[in-house]
Design a protein around this ligand. Structure first.
Ligand SMILES: *Cc1c(COP(=O)(O)O)cnc(C)c1O
Length: 481
């Protein structure tokens, strides 16, 4: 596709000034005037609309097609949330408006949303307090790891290590390391954390452990109570990576089962859009003993009912984000939670788990599923049996693109070879799920009959197979059309 500059034609314009532009030197100081032309393209409004609409159609999104990206919960993003986030009372706010009385009345509504949203998340997760500041799941992990460090420092505990299961998402050890911890990996047994192996690595240097439950295999950690008890013995804190919360909404509250810190991904579980780098939001919830360490500011309700941002928190880990995080994302998720309500949220998880198990049962006849038992909201298949034909998980993922389906997550979790991680979410209907299986079966049979065809996929997209490292590191942004 041509760049917008290549489409430029001299003399075309989209806006007709009412009056001829005055000599700019009359109102722009001399030192700020351009010496050379800005080099903007000359295009009509229609040219511009077609250009950007065309680009948007090349982008793959949930609005267009099925997106079974395991671990990432790519669900439909309901439009009513956009309406809520577009209310001018919110969009026209300035982040440094006075908070109280007079002009402060303009931001009281936004502060109330933040306050209420924190209360809702506390209710959903069984935590004592939440902060909405972290701007992504990984940012929430870093915030949580810093809170864990602050807790131990305050108690005079010398703690240097954080434990992560070998099934952990890569951001878990990365966040722990950035927060200054040494990362200790604990091996899984039968796809779950093994308390015996955990006991072997547990000592009085351990600050905490990061867990995902259900884990990245989509399996519920059945021995969770033993794990909690082991950690409590050495005053180590338990961190809940909430990326998989879509499986347990309204079924289990992570605070009730012994987690001390949790991050949520509003852009996964609570229906706000994501992809292309954001924006997201990764609120962090904590148990009562950790509330003093939450980042500043904290939104509080004063006796007269007004809301106020409190910065006077001596034990706080400080700022983790400018202002209050991605407020618009929190606002959309707030609308989502209110619209679904208590029963709706439970149904989200029930249907997500049902859809995943339906797919698992249909796919088990065609692909190996290493830990094949009732799963939660996702499951992990393996393409290892296709190796004899020279076909890998990557090739199946690429072939699915030609069928108009986004590729599932592949090669993660690391403990499954040739992993294909499938998460359908609750928002897809049975016909879509059936079509996905039919497409997959079709690809698998062509992998037997004509592996070369699968290896050549995708054929229908603007680009086929890229050197992914080079594409990211040595981007070519020139127009070669
Ligand atoms: C997505 C994900 C994360 C990281 O969240 P981001 O919002 O992408 O930073 C962490 N853990 C798991 C299991 C995830 O799926």
């Amino acid at each position: 596709m041509k760049t917008v500059f290549a489409k430029s034609a001299p003399g075309r314009q989209g806006v007709w000034p009412q009056a001829p532009a005055k000599d700019p030197s009359a109102y722009v100081p001399e030192n700020l005037l351009r010496k050379t032309c800005a080099g903007l393209p000359s295009l009509s409004e229609l040219d511009v609309v077609r250009h950007f609409s065309g680009l948007s159609r090349q982008n793959f999104g949930v609005d267009g097609n099925f997106y079974p990206l395991g671990s990432c919960t790519m669900k439909y993003n309901p439009r009513f949330m956009e309406a809520a986030a577009n209310l001018p009372g919110f969009t026209r706010l300035h982040p440094v408006l006075p908070q109280l009385k007079g002009a402060g009345r303009h931001c009281q509504g936004a502060l109330e949303v933040m306050y209420e949203m924190e209360r809702l998340l506390c209710e959903i997760c069984g935590m004592d307090a939440f902060t909405l500041h972290p701007m992504a799941g990984a940012h929430g992990e870093l915030t949580g790891a810093m809170i864990i460090a602050a807790y131990h420092k305050d108690k005079g505990n010398k703690r240097t290590k954080i434990i992560c299961p070998d099934s952990a998402h890569g951001t878990n050890p990365a966040s722990a390391a950035i927060a200054g911890f040494e990362v200790v990996s604990v091996p899984s047994k039968d796809g779950m954390v093994d308390p015996e192996a955990l006991a072997r690595v547990l000592d009085d240097q351990v600050a905490g452990m990061m867990m995902t439950c259900p884990n990245t295999l989509g399996l519920f950690e059945r021995r969770l109570p033993e794990i909690v008890a082991l950690l409590r013995q050495v005053d180590a804190l338990l961190y809940y990576d909430g990326a998989n919360l879509n499986a347990i909404l309204g079924k289990m509250r992570v605070g009730d089962v012994g987690f001390d810190v949790v991050h949520l991904n509003l852009h996964k579980t609570f229906g706000t859009p994501h992809g292309g780098g954001g924006p997201g939001a990764g609120p962090v919830g904590v148990s009562r003993r950790l509330t003093p360490y939450l980042p500043i500011s904290r939104v509080v309700r004063l006796k007269d009912g007004q809301f106020f941002l409190d910065y006077d928190r001596p034990k706080s880990i400080g700022y983790v984000a400018p202002f209050y995080g991605n407020f618009g994302v929190a606002l959309k998720a707030y609308a989502y939670i209110l619209r679904l309500g208590r029963e709706g949220l439970v149904r989200v998880s029930e249907n997500a788990v049902l859809a995943a198990n339906y797919l698992r049962k249909r796919i088990e006849k065609h692909l190996d599923i290493p830990f094949n038992r009732t799963c939660m909201h996702e499951f992990v298949a393996s393409a290892v049996n296709l190796a004899g034909r020279g076909v890998r998980a990557l090739d199946i993922a690429k072939a699915l693109l030609d069928k108009g389906c986004h590729a599932p997550t592949i090669y993660f979790p690391l403990i499954v070879r040739e992993a294909i991680m499938i998460e359908p979410t609750e928002t897809e209907n049975k016909a879509t799920l059936d079509r996905f299986v039919d497409d997959l079966v079709d690809i698998l049979s062509s992998a037997s009959a004509d592996p070369a065809a699968v290896l050549a996929a995708p054929r229908t997209l603007p680009v086929s197979r890229l050197d992914e490292t080079r594409a990211a590191r040595a981007m070519e942004l020139t127009d070669d059309s």
